[in-house]
Design a protein around this ligand. Structure first.
Ligand code: FAD
Length: 727
């Protein structure tokens, strides 16, 4: 740190120390103000200019050093000097003070930040140069954050001092007036009757109403600003247009039709999207065949004869298609048309925030308008740019389902949920699976004890697990496909027959024309949604995989509700999406199901927690089924039964989890689960036993000791004991 910065810090610390040392923070209170008002009034009358200057000077220091008391000072301005002088003194002093704080923050911190977080600062600066003045005005008008924080934060940006001072002055003026005006009334309170005087009530009503009015005005300006340059159609073809007929789009359209809105659903490929055609449904069908194979292989565990798994891969894949066909009517255009949805086969792209161009699958194009539009275009498997990978004709979750021959040696790239589910299924179906993962464990979003359990099962099922292996290059050597991985500084060669890539998913935004309406995607490819699921425009929404942050069918459906309801009724009320209780399941064996915080997340976020564990090897039903492995781990608030998070790793984990999800959603603690009758012997009894473990750990020891004594006494044991001793 250079000398001048160091000196400035010393000066600031010294002034703050003097302020606190002389109880400055205690002086700046409402009671103190009222107490001294009478005494000061006379002196102020005689020395008005000096008083105003002195007051403004103190105000500048308080604001510049971010000391507490600016609000009281503003009220005092009104109380001592009246509306005119008070407003002038406060508005000038607050602007000068805020500008000084802004400069101090900039001088002390900006260079350091710029060096350390160059990219973030550059991005922030671009935003500030585009919309900075508007954001600042919004923050000043609608005081969501304390002003001193705004002063400091803005100092770290590239905003010009002149812009900052001018915008701050103008945008603080209405609020300053409201507070100064309220201050003028303080001196009027002499009796309780004055408290209900019309002037006083009006002043304080203004204080309360001001943020609401300011918010409304800011919203209005923002809407105008964002739609500037666009011509809104006078009438619309639809109330809602939905792009994409996957989980998110289907639910959006369903909700709109249920409330009798005119809605069209535009799908360029197959209704049902990923979940039905290439995701949840086919993968779970394949996993079921794999489970059957595992049971056959280990039938001796159930007193039967283990048999080698023989069968046709083609038949397995045919069954997968049959399952899709059986589920398909739930998502079919016929069903949705019956519900009143116009199902359109084609590809949509934006023309304006209210208009889409649809290229029909038969080649026609047409333009459709709607009051609101929902983007629900999902995602596709991401392909990492590894040299030689494309030449391997890699499998992914999109094209896997057309496979007719089972790969003998299958290389699976990726140790996340999709890679792990598919690796395990293929291993159980008899492929020799090599699973390559860059990180040091599988399912990295879960706690390490969960990863360990899954790893142990994978290895016992014959998966050649290569953790901390980063695939660097693919090649064909003497007719054999190989990958070279980097593993702890060494180059490792792995041969395989086919590679399945499962290293994440990329949102579908290409060809949507988002750039035409000024919507930029985020770094991870998703679109930037607000918490009402809207995009840049209050009438354009996104939900599902294209919006993130979750990539689950149920998350897509959850978001879709918010997008559809806000899209149809947002003018009256907007609902903010709530992700607090979001469960998910990875369908490996053991299954892994989670809701709320993991232990690692709790630590990272500094959330205090207690752990309760219950081993599923203790559960009668699990023992009867020969699936007595895994555990339930519950995080609770220390000393309370309030659930912060649960992970279940074991058979039927997904089903067991639902009870905890319900409890978390509706604020039920472990005592309530413990007090609920669970039929014997079910998997869900484990939830009750886990709650029982928590109860045991929190048993009231003192009361139990007293009870023990009471029981001893009631059995006459104390007396008998004494008599025995006498004998
Ligand atoms: C192998 C695998 C297994 C999975 N298992 C599970 C699971 O067990 N549980 C779970 O909850 N989730 C699972 N998922 C995730 C789940 O499938 C997705 O989260 C879900 O499908 C997302 O729904 P969506 O509506 O956002 O997107 P999608 O289902 O991808 O639907 C988007 C639709 O938009 C269409 N589209 C795109 N662009 C346009 C355009 N310009 N015009 C018209 N139409 C367009 C696409 O054709 C597509 O049909 C799995 C995913 C995979 C890949």
């Amino acid at each position: 740190m250079n000398r001048s910065k160091f000196l400035l810090i010393i000066v600031i610390v010294a002034i703050v120390a003097v302020f606190i040392g002389f109880d400055g923070h205690k002086l700046l209170t409402l009671e103190n103000l009222q107490g001294h008002q009478g005494a000061l009034a006379q002196w102020i009358d005689q020395n008005l200019l000096l008083a105003v200057a002195g007051y403004a000077g103190i105000y500048v220091v308080v604001t510049a050093l971010s000391l507490p008391g600016a609000t009281i000072m503003t009220l005092a301005g009104g109380a001592f000097f009246g509306n005119l002088y008070g407003l002038a003194a406060v508005s000038i002093a607050s602007t000068v003070g805020a500008s000084l704080a802004f400069l101090v923050a900039r001088f002390l911190m900006r260079d350091t930040l710029r060096k350390r977080y160059a990219e973030t600062v550059a991005k922030m600066d671009r935003g500030i140069s585009k919309d900075g003045a508007f954001y600042l005005a919004t923050l000043r008008l609608v005081p969501v954050f304390p002003f001193f924080l705004i002063n400091l934060a803005m100092g770290l940006t590239a905003m010009k001092l002149r812009t900052y001072a001018l915008v701050s002055w103008a945008a603080m003026l209405p609020g300053t007036f409201v507070f100064v005006n309220a201050g003028t009334q303080l001196g009027q309170i002499e009796s309780t009757a004055d408290i209900v005087s019309a002037d006083l009530l009006l002043s304080f009503a203004l204080l309360g109403l001001f943020p609401l009015i300011a918010k409304f005005v800011v919203g209005l300006i923002r809407r105008r600003k964002v739609y500037a340059g666009w011509q809104k159609p006078e009438s619309f073809d639809y109330n809602l247009l939905v792009i994409g007929g996957g989980s998110a789009g289907l639910v959006s359209a369903y909700i709109a039709s249920a409330v009798k809105a005119k809605v069209a659903l535009i799908e360029k490929h197959k209704m049902g999207g990923d979940c039905l055609n290439t995701g949840c449904v086919p993968s779970k069908a394949l996993i079921r065949s794999a489970k059957a194979a595992d049971t056959m292989r280990h039938a001796n565990r159930y007193g039967l004869e283990s048999v080698p798994v023989k069968g046709s891969f083609k038949n397995i894949m045919n069954r997968v298609q049959e399952v899709i066909a059986k589920v398909e009517p739930h998502d079919s255009p016929e069903r949705y048309r019956k519900l009143g949805v116009d199902c359109i086969s084609g590809e949509a792209s934006f023309v304006s925030p209210w208009e889409l161009e649809v290229r029909h699958n038969d080649g026609r194009t047409e333009r459709l308008t709607a009051r609101s539009i929902i983007v629900a275009t999902g995602g596709k498997p991401a392909m990492p740019p590894i040299p030689g990978l494309a030449e391997m004709e890699p499998l992914n979750s999109d094209n896997l389902w057309e496979l007719q021959e089972q790969p003998e040696r299958l290389l699976v790239l990726g140790g996340g949920p999709i890679g792990s589910e598919l690796a395990h299924a293929f291993a159980r179906l008899g492929s020799q699976v090599i699973q390559v993962e860059m990180g040091d464990r599988l399912l990295a979003k879960e706690d390490s004890d969960v990863s360990e359990l899954v790893k142990a099962q994978f290895e016992s099922d014959g998966i050649d697990l290569r953790l901390e292996h980063a695939a660097r290059e693919f090649a064909i050597e003497e007719g054999e496909k190989v990958v070279y991985c980097e593993h702890k500084g060494e180059r490792v060669r792995i041969a395989f027959d086919q590679v399945l890539v499962a290293v994440g998913r990329a949102p579908n935004t290409k060809g949507l024309g988002l750039e035409k309406i000024g919507i930029e995607t985020l770094r991870n490819g998703t679109v930037p949604v607000e918490d009402d699921m809207s995009l840049r425009y209050p009438n354009v929404f996104a939900c599902g995989d294209v919006a993130g942050p979750y990539q689950f069918t149920h998350a897509a459906a959850h978001q879709a509700w918010y997008a559809a309801v806000n899209g149809l009724f947002g003018q009256f009320k907007r609902f903010r999406v709530d992700y607090r209780v979001m469960p998910w399941v990875t369908f490996t064996s053991p299954e892994v199901a989670r809701v709320g915080l993991s232990e690692a997340e709790a630590k990272e976020q500094g959330v205090a927690y207690e752990i309760t564990r219950y081993g599923l090897d203790d559960l009668d039903r699990a023992i009867a089924e020969g699936e007595d492995y895994g555990f339930i781990k519950i995080l609770t608030v220390p000393g309370k039964d309030k659930i912060l998070g649960v992970v279940v790793a074991g058979s039927h984990a997904g089903e067991i989890l639902s009870e905890f999800t319900l409890a978390m959603k509706h604020g039920l603690g472990l005592n309530k689960i413990l007090g609920t009758i669970h039929p014997y012997p079910t998997w869900n009894e484990s939830a009750k036993y886990a709650a029982g473990e928590w109860k045991r750990a929190h048993a009231p020891e003192g009361i139990l000791k007293l009870l023990e004594k009471l029981h001893d006494w009631r059995r006459g044991k104390g007396q008998a004991h004494e008599q025995n001793v006498k004998k």
